[in-house]
Design a protein around this ligand. Structure first.
Ligand code: UN1
Length: 483
């Protein structure tokens, strides 16, 4: 019997399948909890419950929805320390990062509580006399929400909150590595009075639960954040089923450091972007492209900062870099480090597992230099604390290198030149352009997303979320009638 169950149609439901055991990546002997794994039949029940709940929920008042989201946001903020602790324990980012992420989730719910009150349309005149036209927004219906392990509460929040704000019902499948935060969120929604069926939690594998969601004709749209491979497969199936889809996938984010940069700030941006959250962010800096006049000083300062970083238990207040999330991610990181060495890149910091008193997936922050942009470590997303230094003759070459990638999520530049900053803002092939700021770490009230292979569909977050979670109806009213 599992301690934690799935939430389907307003009830906590057991499962006959073997439970998912949630372990602490800082100390694999520490079991965070045991979570019931939903099967395809339970997922179908969740989808049917969402479908059945939709007619009433789509007619709910904006006040009812705003109050629900505001209450959930308030409770998340009030319990940020406790939920943040759970997050750090199951995902491995540091306590400070985890509490910060939890606060972000609380703010996301509060923001979308306000958005529920701001659903607007347009009234336009028709070329035909006496006829007027309104363009109004409507909910889509049932949304399948599929989220990754690296932001176990913020990403679910920034999909679930707007879905509910715009009167959709939700079937939520979190990553199996982080069921604890998903469960905490489900509990809060239930406690705050979310009506049965409006929100459903189904923890389980992509093959069982994910497939059931993407194959269901009753699911109108899918919002997904995760790997490129899974995203592409989902998109093909979703389009075949005529579902709306939104994908947030990988990145290979560049940070350009020009000769005229503020050195301390540039180093800080690189360290934060590359190593914080153990490099496990799609917005992480993985290529630092540096011009000759600052290269030596920047390299020296970066290596000094990198080797001084404290790697350790996510729950220890002195830790700056937590472990990799699991054995598979640790292996990927180490495999890429071997690939980089084989390709001829020079390892100048880290590169190995970090010895630690506890049995966790610790890895040293790693820096390569003499990296060429065609090497695999410069082209493929690693999703670990591994960064490459690339040299560029000047700004133009740096920008060309930055843009020479299949991805286009985030990109940064460190410079005191307004001309270069402005040129970068206009010409960087990214969805998020960062000027003298790290490539990772975004605000909750503005759109998020990328170009090229990083993203597909309309933007997430902020007021722009309305584009994905609603559709428009055009209504013609003819007043030229008798009576
Ligand atoms: C951030 O950098 O603050 O999965 C957010 C990810 C992104 C979110 C990054 N979707 O890493």
């Amino acid at each position: 019997m599992s301690a934690h169950r799935n939430y389907i149609n307003g009830a906590w439901v057991e499962s006959a399948a073997a439970p998912i055991v949630d372990r602490n990546p800082s100390d694999i002997d520490d079991v965070v909890g045991s979570y019931a794994a939903a099967d395809a039949a339970q997922t179908r029940r969740a989808i049917e419950a969402a479908r059945a709940a939709f007619p009433a929920w789509s007619r709910s008042s904006i006040q009812e929805r705003a109050d629900l989201l505001d209450a959930v946001g308030g409770r998340i903020l009030a319990r940020a320390q406790e939920i943040g602790r759970l997050l750090a324990r199951e995902e491995g980012k540091t306590l400070k990062e985890a509490v910060g992420e939890t606060m972000r989730a609380g703010h996301v719910f509060k923001f979308h509580a306000g958005q529920a009150l701001r659903i607007t349309g347009e009234l336009v005149d028709s070329p035909r006399k006496g006829v007027s036209v309104t363009v109004q927004r409507e909910p889509l219906g049932v949304i399948g929400i599929i989220t990754p392990w690296n932001f176990p509460i913020a990403i679910p929040a920034w999909k679930i909150a707007p879905a509910l704000a715009y009167a959709n019902c939700v079937v939520f499948k979190p990553a199996s590595l982080v069921p604890g935060c998903a469960h905490a969120l489900a509990e809060l929604l239930a406690d705050c009075g979310c009506p049965p069926g409006v929100f459903n939690l189904v923890v389980g594998s992509g093959r069982e639960v994910g497939d059931a969601i993407v194959n269901a004709p009753e699911v109108d749209a899918i919002s997904f954040t995760g790997s490129v491979e899974t995203g592409r497969a989902l998109a093909a199936r979703a389009v075949a089923g005529m579902k709306k889809i939104q994908l947030e996938m990988g990145g290979k984010n560049p940070l350009i450091v020009l000769d005229d940069a503020d050195l301390d700030n540039a180093v800080e941006c690189a360290v934060q972007g590359a190593f914080y959250s153990t490099g496990q962010r799609c917005t992480a800096t993985s290529r630092v492209i540096v011009t000759p006049g600052i290269y030596g000083r920047f390299r020296h300062a970066l290596l000094a900062r990198t080797t001084a970083l404290v790697v350790g238990d996510a729950l220890d207040e002195t830790t700056q870099i937590g472990p990799a999330v699991d054995a598979a991610q640790l292996k990927t990181d180490l495999d890429y480090i071997a690939v980089g060495q084989k390709e001829g890149a020079r390892l100048v910091a880290g590169g190995e597992r970090q010895p630690a008193p506890k049995n966790g997936f610790y890895i040293q922050p790693t820096v390569f230099e003499d990296v060429h942009n065609q090497m695999r470590i410069a082209r493929e997303e690693i999703f670990g604390p591994v960064v490459s230094l690339l040299r560029a003759r000047d700004y133009d070459e740096a920008l060309a290198t930055a843009n020479d990638t299949p991805f286009g999520l985030s990109g940064g530049i460190c410079t005191t030149s307004l001309r270069h900053a402005d040129h970068f803002r206009r010409n960087a092939q990214v969805g998020l352009a960062m000027i003298n700021a790290p490539t990772a770490g975004v605000d909750y009230h503005v759109p998020f997303g990328g170009v090229k292979g990083s993203s597909y569909g309309s933007r997430e977050q902020g007021a722009y979320a309305v584009e994905f979670y609603t559709r428009v109806k055009t209504v013609y009213t003819n007043a030229n009638i008798a009576g």
